[in-house]
Design a protein around this ligand. Structure first.
Ligand code: PSU
Ligand code: MN
Length: 344
């Protein structure tokens, strides 16, 4: 269809969509890319996106500040440029300065600090334009969307949302899964926690056209899709990669084929930090029961269960959590470095 035959508003929408796809030129009243990240994307440096729900709804203040700055340094040490993503005072930010990061982390736990998935971004930024400025941490879904808008291709995080147990009737299926189906970002995570329904999560990802590959376990003949604190989930991974080069090649191939869905790379927790699946089973059953009793459903379900697990393991899960995120950030950075080599 010739452009001239399209109505005025449709043309404007088309221009808007094209600009959005190119991403890196887009900076507006609702969306800002930091100078460092913009320059890195322009010069094709390996940029790694980092989410912020883990700071606003996961780790307490001030531990979350220490973790945030540690993860950013980890990206740099391994040759990448970090882009922490979140919403501060109603503006979606890709790349934050220290002052902004500390401010977001310090707002953890407050009622006014929101957990932001795809559906929440229009609300928080729209309210910002109307003078009701609020801040929030972006989930995997929210972070993927904003990272893609900025032109970033690799994102490292801890755990992914999934299909909740009983999800076949409650329809509580994390928007992380549909986001992976529609946004071409490679996410490196430790799989998902076994309070979720892992077999159904993998089925749903298959339906969404998401490539899922687990980094091989060198000591075993088979590779499970990992369950966060544990390397085992009793569920085989759909595909296996052996190193970051292979992972980068998959991203490169998807782009070459114009496949617009995302990729999920599962990186099992370092063995020395893993907590046995059997030990977690009881803890998780209790956490799920309490969430049901307290009516913690919808967006509050995941944070409630995570908090409860933390209590029940008397903090044993926090160091493991930290170790696996760090390991994912190192993997993610190496993947981004290999990808930028392939793209030269
Ligand atoms: N799972 C974890 N740790 C987390 C989350 C999930 O083990 O921090 C966070 C992530 O930000 C993820 C979000 O994107 O929770 C999923 O929430 P929901 O299930 O409401 O989509
Ligand atoms: Mn949910």
């Amino acid at each position: 269809m010739a452009l001239a035959s399209i109505g005025g508003w449709k043309l404007a929408a088309l221009r808007y969509a094209i600009r959005g796809q190119r991403g890196i030129h887009l900076d507006n009243r609702c969306f800002k890319i930091s100078d460092e990240v913009r320059e890195a994307i322009h010069s094709r440096k390996p940029v790694v996106a980092l989410e912020s729900t883990i700071y606003t709804h996961g780790f307490p203040y001030p531990d979350n500040v220490a973790l945030a700055s540690h993860l950013e340094s980890t990206v740099r040490v391994h040759g990448g440029v970090p882009a922490t993503i979140g919403v501060i005072d109603g503006i979606a930010r890709v790349g934050m300065g220290t002052e902004e990061l500390v401010r977001l982390a310090a707002s953890a736990g407050k009622d006014t600090t929101l957990k932001l998935s795809r559906r929440d971004l229009g609300f928080i930024c729209g309210m910002g334009l109307s003078g009701k400025t609020r801040s929030g941490g972006t989930t995997v879904a929210g972070t993927m969307l904003l990272a893609h808008l900025a032109g970033i291709k690799v994102f490292a995080t801890g755990g992914l949302g999934g299909v909740h147990r009983g999800g076949e009737s409650s329809l509580d299926i994390s928007a992380d899964l549909t986001e992976l189906g529609r946004t071409p970002i490679a996410v490196v995570s430790s799989g998902c926690k076994s309070f979720l329904d892992i077999p159904r999560t993998l089925e749903y990802l298959e339906t969404q056209g998401v490539g899922v590959a687990t980094f091989a376990d060198g000591r075993k003949g088979h590779t499970n899709f990992p369950a966060f604190w544990t390397r085992e989930s009793r569920v085989s991974s759909p595909a296996v990669v052996h190193d970051e080069k292979e992972a980068a090649a998959m991203i490169y191939a998807q782009r070459s084929l114009s496949i617009t869905s995302g990729l999920l790379f599962a990186n099992p927790i370092p063995a020395e930090h893993s907590i046995p699946l059997k030990q977690m089973d009881g803890v998780i059953a209790t956490a799920i029961r309490e969430a049901e009793q307290r009516g913690a459903t919808g967006k509050d379900n995941t944070p409630f269960i995570l908090r409860k697990i933390k209590e029940l393991t008397s903090g044993q899960s926090l160091p493991a959590n930290r170790a696996l995120i760090e390991s994912n950030v190192i993997r993610g950075t190496r993947v981004a470095v290999e990808l930028s080599r392939l793209e030269i």
